[in-house]
Structure formats: C-alpha cells, structure tokens
Design a protein around this ligand. Structure first.
Ligand code: AR6
Length: 184
C-alpha cells in the first residue's frame, strides 16, 4: 500500500527490513544498543561487525540512547548506507508508552533529515520483545510519521516494513482508517 503525504511517498510493505535499499533503515534498539534479539539481531548480523562496533562507540561516547530518541551508525554490509537506532518503550499500558513510541519515530525521521537522506524504512518498533500491542502501536507510529511528513522534510520516501502478514494487514487497516478520518 502506498499514499502520498505532501511531497513524500509513504509505503507499507511486508518483508525483511535488512533487504531494503533505502538510504537508511531504522532498528528497534534498546538504550544500550546491544543488538541481541529481534530485528536488531538480524540487522547486526547482516550488516556485520561495524554495526555493533559503532554502536558500542556511540554509547561509550554519549551514554545510553534514551527511550524515545535515536542514534545513527553506518550500514556496514547492508544495502542501506545507514542504520538509525530508535529506542521505543517497553509497553506498560500507560499513555507514556504512546508518547515515547511517537517520539522514537519522530527522532528517527529527524535524524534522517539531519543527514539529508531521501528515503528511510522503519520496522514496527516496540511491537516484538517490548510487548507493544500491534494495533495500538500502528496507530501511534503512523500518526507520528504522517504528522512529521506534513512538516518540513527532505524525505521523499518513508517505508514501514512489516514482518509477517498479520502485522502488515493491521498497518494497512490503520493507515486506511487514518486517511479516511483526516482528509488531506
Ligand atoms: N524485518 C522487519 N521487521 C522485523 C524483522 C525483520 N528482519 N525481524 C523482526 N521484526 P523487536 P522491540 C519485527 O522485538 O519490540 C531487541 O533485542 C518484529 O516482528 O525486534 O522494539 C533489541 O535489542 C516486530 O514486529 O523490537 C531490544 O532489546 C518488530 O520487528 C528489543 O529487542 C519489533 O520487534 C527491542 O524490542
């Protein structure tokens, strides 16, 4: 599924984010950038040692990546030139989780703009090991992305890359409902 928000194509695809050739892919990271499980592990394995190495150097230099913010490393052997490590919240049923998830998406897109990138792909942050319900998470992430793209941005293509058909279907339903509710 694809739609256009101002000057940016917003796309939903099902698949493995490590295969994408956008300028950057976003990782669903933890504050320590210790890429041990989930999509982080897949990105780190496929990108090779530079990903964990540059991540460790980042944390050593700046301290942990606070939840709701993001850091950037090179893409190592990936097709993407950069990996943007966004830290989503561990789901705790409070409104604070939604704030932090929206903030993680915004931070990732802002960092892509800071690096003057044109395309970026994001996974469904926090909806795996961190336990965020996919339907609620999709609402928050898509809302944050569309709101961001209505502001000033150099991004021309933003992709949500969803792992598995059920998650993809929920994102399609959610985006369709959001576009119906708020006319462009
Ligand atoms: N491509 C796209 N999406 C994927 C892929 C892939 N190759 N693999 C998994 N997903 P998770 P979190 C989906 O658990 O919940 C790590 O250990 C997955 O189905 O990767 O933010 C980190 O280091 C789910 O929809 O991230 C942190 O400690 C989504 O990616 C912690 O997990 C996110 O699932 C972060 O947990």
């Amino acid at each position: 599924m694809q739609t256009t928000i101002e000057q940016t194509i917003l796309e939903l695809v099902e698949g493995d984010i490590t295969e994408l050739d956008t300028d950057a892919i976003v990782n669903a990271a933890n504050e320590w950038l210790a890429h041990g499980g989930g999509v982080a592990r897949a990105i780190s394995r496929k990108g090779g040692p530079p990903i964990q190495g540059e991540s460790d150097a980042w944390v050593q230099r700046h301290g942990p990546v606070r939840t709701g913010t993001a850091a950037i490393t090179s893409g190592g052997n990936l097709r993407a030139r950069y990996v943007i490590h966004a830290v989503g919240p561990v789901y705790d049923r409070t409104p604070r989780s939604a704030e932090l998830l929206g903030s993680a998406v915004r931070a990732a897109l802002e960092l892509a703009d800071t690096y003057e990138l044109r395309s970026v792909a994001l996974p469904a942050i926090s909806t795996g090991i961190y336990g965020y319900p996919v339907r609620d998470g999709a609402q928050v992430m898509l809302h944050a992305a569309t709101a961001y793209l209505r502001g000033e941005t150099g991004l021309r293509r933003v992709v949500f890359c969803l792992y598995g058909r059920p998650t993809f279907d929920v994102f399609v339903e959610t985006l369709t409902a959001q576009l119906d509710a708020e006319p462009r």
